[in-house]
Design a protein around this ligand. Structure first.
Ligand SMILES: Cc1cc2nc3c(=O)[nH]c(=O)nc-3n(C[C@H](O)[C@H](O)[C@H](O)COP(=O)(O)OP(=O)(O)OC[C@H]3O[C@@H](n4cnc5c(N)ncnc54)[C@H](O)[C@@H]3O)c2cc1C
Length: 357
């Protein structure tokens, strides 16, 4: 059985009353739920599971359990589903808060996406991964550039990644994996409508299968399947800049060791935005153990860096937005961080379901 995972319902009374009030035909008993379903349905249903956390992991686990004929109730403490996999609209652009692409290697995630009916929303896009160092870009999914980068990688990339990934030791093997991944993939998968399309579709499918999602839950006690992330956490600051100009796409996702930022999502609004208003949206993120009290100071530093590498950057800005992502932990703390992310959440959910079935 997985660490921290408890199964079978027993419920805190506040929560029980919330569920009862939700009017879905559930009656809350002292210890167990009693399903107010017709006798045939209750015979066909195998078990009932309460799942904590409506991120990709919790929703995938719930979907799989519901597919297997079980009754599922997903309990989410926030008012929205998706966890860090969340999108929002800004000036007609769909922007992602946490994840924004599906790595090429993420086969299980793409399989799941097809299964939940949003396969047609996925599109492939060529992407350059670059390192900006000492005044120049190394686009390391080109073999020639990679060769130039090789001597630098251990000197620059390794300490930089270790810093980004919270002081975790990065092995030479991981560096090679990272570069190899960039080299062989050359393209990634994106979702029209933003990444929130995934949790939204999962919710729809869970409901189709008779499951229930309850948001804004109070503290839950008793037995449940724990699909919440566990600390220690890192937090991130996301800076979004909508530019009035299409930037030359020499890079798409770039690491700037000297600037301490990871600039990414040089988005092509022709493909991402419902209204083709802006030239480029550029997103910079930075991770922190503790979020700084002066966020505007951080933004200034970020802008300084961007102006250094993209001359006249500030003058191109039409709008900007800053978002905090609390508990951005799942991105890191993976044995092989390169392949972490949504795929890891999907695989963890599959493992949970295998272990309890
Ligand atoms: C900035 C950023 C960029 C990323 N980019 C990518 C990317 O491009 N591609 C990719 O594949 N991955 C990316 N990732 C990683 C990916 O988003 C995550 O690995 C994945 O979404 C994690 O899903 P999860 O369900 O494990 O956790 P979460 O999304 O954190 O979900 C956990 C849920 O549990 C809820 N919860 C917590 N405690 C409780 C409680 N006590 N009771 C009830 N509910 C609770 C939370 O509110 C949350 O909704 C990125 C992550 C970040 C932060």
């Amino acid at each position: 059985m997985m660490h921290g995972m408890l199964i079978h319902p027993a419920i805190h009374s506040d929560l029980a009353s919330q569920i009862f009030m939700s009017g879905t035909g559930l009656l809350a008993g002292k210890k167990d739920f009693i399903l107010a379903v017709n006798p045939l349905q209750s015979i066909l249903m195998k078990k009932e599971y309460r799942i904590l956390g409506a991120g990709v992991k919790g929703l995938t686990a719930a979907f799989r359990l519901a597919q297997a004929g079980n009754r599922v109730i997903v309990l989410e403490k926030e008012s929205r589903v998706g966890g860090v996999c969340r999108s929002f609209l800004r000036k007609g652009q769909v922007l992602d808060l946490g994840p924004h692409l599906l790595w090429n290697q993420h086969k299980e995630t793409r399989k799941l996406i097809k299964e939940i009916g949003i396969g047609e929303m996925v599109y492939r896009k060529k992407i350059n991964h670059a390192l900006y160092y000492n005044g120049r870009f190394y686009v390391y999914n080109r073999i020639v550039e990679l060769l130039k980068l090789a001597p630098l990688s251990l000197k620059i990339l390794k300490p930089m990644l270790e810093k980004r990934f919270s002081g975790e030791k990065t092995s030479g093997l991981q560096i090679i994996t990272l570069i190899k991944a960039a080299l062989v993939r050359g393209h990634e998968y994106y979702l029209r409508g933003g990444m929130q399309t995934i949790p939204n579709a999962l919710v729809d499918r869970i409901k189709d299968l008779g499951g229930q999602i309850i948001t804004r839950t109070a503290d839950v006690t008793g037995d449940f399947i724990d699909c919440t992330p566990h600390g220690p956490f890192l937090h991130s600051l996301m800076f979004y800049f909508g530019l009035n100009k299409q930037l030359q796409k020499t890079w798409f996702e770039a690491i700037f060791p000297e600037e301490k930022y990871w600039f990414q999502r040089l988005s092509d609004p022709a493909e991402l935005a419902p209204e083709k208003k802006h030239g480029t949206v550029i997103v910079a993120d930075r991770y922190f153990k503790y979020l700084p009290s002066d966020i505007s100071g951080e933004k200034e530093k970020c802008l300084e860096s961007l102006n250094r590498v993209i001359p006249g950057f500030s003058k191109m800005i039409e709008w900007e937005e800053t978002r905090k992502v609390l508990n951005a932990f799942p991105l890191i703390r993976s044995k092989n961080f390169v392949f972490a992310g949504i795929e890891k959440a999907v695989l963890a959910a599959d493992q949970i379901v295998r272990e309890i079935s």
